[in-house]
Design a protein around this ligand. Sequence first.
Ligand SMILES: *Cc1c(COP(=O)(O)O)cnc(C)c1O
Length: 344
Amino acid sequence: MDLARFPRRRYTHAPTPIELLPHFTKALAASCPGGVGPEIWIKRDDLLGLFPGGNKTRKLEFLAADALAQGADTLITCGAPQSNHCRITLSAAVKEGLKCRFVIEERVPGSYKKEAGGNNFMFELMGVEAITVVPGGSDMGAAMSKVAQEVASLGRKGYIIPGGGSNAIGGLGYVACVQEMQQQWYDMGLAFDAVVVGSGSSGTHGGMAAGFFGNSIKIPLIGIGVSRDPADQEPLVYKEAQAVADLLGIGKVPREAVKSFGGYWQPKYSVPNAKMVEAVQMLARTEGILLDPVYTGKIMAGLIGLARQGHFKPNAKVLFMHTGGLPSLHVYEDVVLGRTALND
Ligand SMILES: *Cc1c(COP(=O)(O)O)cnc(C)c1O
């Protein structure tokens, strides 16, 4: 598909690597039916550009370019206090010489502290212009429109990016990723049997579903929900996939192209569970690659769970999308070292 007609900025200078995980594959096989499991490979989107990169970097290549094309001088977006998306959006704004404002949703009342570490430190260090804190369950779109009005009243122009950067333009980042991977598979002489990806605000999963459809890639794309089970997650992802397909003008995405699994994100979005801890430890101790507790730890727990249930054929080649998110690992150090008792 021709993506060149959409404005794009480049924040990563080469395709992110695709690597085999030999020791992880061996460790996983030991707990699979008959001692044989799938062969696990990883796409290193934790190595994308901007600080510290992750899947939002790919969406922002198209979103920031669109903001610049529209003559905006301020990026406005929203998220939770430790949002990867907010941090990476700020990094993109700084790089482009734009200002940046956030609306932060405080899901636990009183939990947002300006002097706290993690993101707040990085927000201040990279020079966010203003942060509006709203209670959990607020209308984030309305709150961002209000910020845009404030910016307009200063004679400037804001550009609103929805939570997670998940709209049709942001989803183009993962269409571009699919095209990048397709070329890598060809160059490396690899034919994968399935791709496993996290499914949250839906831009990544939905963008990839549109990319698979548009490029006639027929292997299963398996989403692992990080905040919703399939009945709620799949319609959201399907809507995003179709919005991306409409922007590209490639017709109707079949509903069956969107498939997700639940059961790995409970008890709640961003709250740790025992399967996540096992996955984070297993990859760290077999391959020296770190996952995060909110997203990729739970997504890898999904891959491990499916493999143990015999979902993949023996020795099937499965590609795991590492979407990043590392800074939050440090907020959960005791948990991922197994010092806190957790339920499945
Ligand atoms: C946002 C995020 C996801 C989920 O991607 P969506 O496009 O929101 O579905 C997965 N992993 C990490 C590390 C993220 O920050």
